[in-house]
Design a binder for this molecule. Sequence first.
Ligand SMILES: O=C[C@H](O)[C@H](O)[C@H](O)COP(=O)(O)O
Length: 229
Amino acid sequence: MTTDRDALKREAAMAAVAMVQDGMVVGLGTGSTAAFAIDGLIARVRDGLRIVGIPTSERSAQQARAGGLKLTDFSQHQKVDLTIDGADEIARGSLDLVKGLGGALLREKIVAAASQRLVIIADEPKLVPGLGGTVPVPVEVVTFGWETTAKRLARLGANPVLRQAADGQPFRSDGGNLILDCHFGVIADPAQLERDISGVIGVVETGLFIGMAATALVATATGILRLDR
Ligand SMILES: O=C[C@H](O)[C@H](O)[C@H](O)COP(=O)(O)O
C-alpha cells in the first residue's frame, strides 16, 4: 500500500520508463513526476539502454545532461518515438489534459505533437471527471499587449491571472513569454475551448492537450492504473 505522493509519482514514472526500447528518440517531460522518469532513464542508460532524448524544458535538459543522457533536437530528429510527461489534470475517458503549471507547456506541446506516442504519468489526484475543476488553464502569451490579450481571454469566461515567479517578477517561460493562468472552472467542451483560446490574438499556446495522450499510467494506493485512449 503506497500513500506517499512522491512514491506514487515514482511508481508511475518507472512504469513508463519500462516501455522505452533500445534506439528510441524519447521526449523528456517536465515537472516533478517527469523528473522521476528522467532519473529512471538515466539508470537504464547506465545499464546499457541506447536512446537519445529531446527535453521539453531547460530544467529537464539540465537534469538529463547531468545524468549522462545523450540529448538531441529537432534538427536531427523530426519524429519522437515515445514521450513521457506529467499532467496537471487528466480527464477520465478522453485522456484530454491540462498541462503547464510548471511553465513548460509550449515545448511540451511541440514535443507531444511530434511524438508517435505520448504516455502521461501521474498520481491519482490528477485523474478528474472533467477538466478545469482543480486547476486553471495555463495560457502562454506574448509580452507585447498582454493586458489586452487578458481582456480577450476574459471574454471567453476566464479569470486570467498573470503568473508571478518566486522573486515577484512576472514568470517567464523558456521561450521568454508570459503565462496567464485562466480560471474557467469545470470546462464543458475542452476541445472547443482550446480552439477558442488558440484563436485569441496574442496567445502563443494553451495548456489544453486535446486528443494527444495515447496512454496514462496513474499510480494509486493499490497499484498502477493503465488507461488507453
Ligand atoms: O509545465 C509543466 C508540465 O505541464 C508538468 O507536466 C505538469 O505541470 C505536471 O507537473 P507535476 O508532475 O510536477 O505535477
